[in-house]
Design a protein around this ligand. Sequence first.
Ligand code: IFG
Length: 514
Amino acid sequence: MIHRWLPLVSLVFLALATGASAAPRPPVVSKPVPYDSVVPAVASAVPAPGVTYEIAAATTIYGADAGVRDLLARQLRRATGFTLPVAPTPAAGIALLLSGSFGDEGYQLDVTAGGITIRASAAAGLFNGVQTLRQLLPPSIEASGRQPGPWPVQGGRITDHPRFAYRGAMLDVARHFFPVAVVERYIDEISSYKINHLHLHLSDDQGWRIAVESWPRLATFGGRSAVDGDPGGYYTKADYQAVVAYAVARNVTVVPEIDMPGHVTAALAAYPELTCDGRSPPLYTGTEVGFSSLCTRASTETFVRDVLTELAALTPGPYLHIGGDETESTKPADYAAFMDRAQRIVADLGKTPMAWHEVVNAPLQPGAVAQYWGTTREHPALAASTAKVILSPAGRAYLDMKYDSGTGLGATWAGTIEADAAYDWNPGRYLDGVDESRVLGVEAPLWTETITTIGDIEHMAFPRLPAIAELGWSPWSTHDWPAFSRRLAAQGPRWHTLGLDYHQSPQVPWPPGS
Ligand code: IFG
């Protein structure tokens, strides 16, 4: 039998003897990423065919704004392994310049064979330009360790700016608590798609998540519970300040929410004086809504003022969100009086009140913002009000809705939302009687009744959060599902490299390596 193998064996020896190796390894040619792969779609892109700049060992990153400059250097050093020194004054390589008039968050990105320049009027614009630049590099740039490269960037010019000023993501840290590190990773992920607000839902029936010195049991007792009896927790002031600092460095404004007068069982369990009958309910670990209410009497106002005063002092952003949703256990007249007073307290603290859209059933403070979460395209009271509007239509933007009937996590009360449904709506013309001029922007809430890990968060947020990010940033003229699905596909290898556990939507032509 061995005779049958002789020819093969001799062939192998012959090959080895003559040094003939396997087929030559194809050269690693990283074609530059095309400009139309970027999410959100940019306002204007003029590629220069055949022109590329290659980030290499000699590249320096320079610019006066050390924040964005040093953040970019850290991000690029990891995967390239290059030193990438930073400098405050011009040098060869990547320039981040504060010059010109590009609006609050706009930028201009120029790539020539000699270097890359990002110009902006403010650091926010430089940050946004850097997010675009990251997407113009090969997906392996997102790796946490050194990759072979090369690191070409398509030559040309991108001029870009947002359609809406408010592009938000909400994380419900009350139903389930998430440590600072998880919130910071989520900030990394949302800010890479130019989302610039993180709304933290800090209190609800199932838990109180922020330390309040004047009412300590809110967190120390009210923070013990979570849905299904899962581990509770809360942010100390230092924790919250760390999240805020991390967010600010990535052009993200934190919007804290204390949900009132409903969704308050954790607070009532901590302080019986907040109830009308003086008897605290037990801590709650279920998932019902609408059954709790603060006792809306004068003494409760002290509680509201104390809590919001401490929260305002920790929050550099302009908004305090006071909730106001699902108050079936509060009499309408009491609700109106309570929300009127709470908004005045927010305004007295120099902040702008934000609330769920039910707030239009109360007198509105000038400048108050209503967050629409309905499932229809009309809300007459909201249309008739003076409120500015943030759009979070539950059937489009609620990331806790299942993708389809096969999704393990999430709910279906507002329907199922696949990638195309998250994308195919126009925030500028969504609500009857609400003109685009009243629309501050969009926000994608992630409620966490069924969400317990960063993997769960990422599975529900990706690919739908980038869809909401594009609706908030890109000109409506770029709105096109087939093109967007290809742009989403280009994100797949990046998310794979990041170890981000996204939903491989069957609607998206994911490439190999996704
Ligand atoms: N509605 C409740 C949330 C949450 C959500 C889950 C709002 C404003 C259902 N209120 O959405 O607390 O339970 O999808």
